[in-house]
Design a protein around this ligand. Structure first.
Ligand code: IDP
Ligand code: MG
Length: 152
């Protein structure tokens, strides 16, 4: 069984709306394991590095302004197929298209305020983790319930 790590961030809108607990709870209940997490006020440097792939797009300036507008909760989560699983838990980028039962489908209405970020590929996951975390902040630990989440 292949485990992988992905980068996730609870964005400033979700923090302001009191959804940190709800979102972490959904991630935990999915069986994915949190291996890094912190509460920060993203800097311009964070935002520019994180969203470098979107530079030049019409929404880029608004996105950078939004991400640096309030506290956020970056994290690293680990598990079988974690990258794709987190994207499924989030739902479509535009909350208007996101299915009920997904975070964006249940709590979002607007593409510019879609509550949570999750990396979309192994390369981007690694890159984004390095934007927000030092290697020493990633925690290797055993979760007792994993023996009940995975067929051994
Ligand atoms: P993703 O977050 O689902 O991976 P991306 O296409 O990578 O979506 O876009 C990054 C973020 O940029 C989105 O989560 C959203 O916050 C913002 N964004 C993307 N497209 C638009 C848009 O058309 N208008 C406003 N914001 C957008
Ligand atoms: Mg993306």
């Amino acid at each position: 069984m292949e485990k992988e790590r992905t980068f996730v961030m609870i964005k400033p809108d979700a923090v302001q709306r009191g959804l940190i607990g709800e979102i972490i709870s959904r991630i935990e209940k999915s069986g994915l394991k949190i291996v890094a997490m912190k509460f920060i006020f993203p800097t311009l440097e964070h935002a520019k590095k994180h969203y470098a792939v979107h530079e030049g797009k019409p929404f880029y300036n608004g996105l950078v302004k939004f991400i640096t507008s309030g506290p956020a909760v970056p994290m690293v989560v680990e598990g079988e197929n974690a990258i794709q699983k987190m994207r499924t838990i989030l739902g479509s980028t535009n909350p208007q298209d996101a299915a009920p039962g997904t975070i964006r489908g249940d709590f979002g209405l607007n593409i510019g305020r879609n509550l949570v970020h999750a990396a979309d590929s192994p390369e981007n996951a690694k890159y984004e983790m390095n934007v927000y975390f030092e290697k020493s902040e990633l925690v290797d630990w055993n979760w007792v319930q994993e023996t009940w989440i995975y067929e051994q």
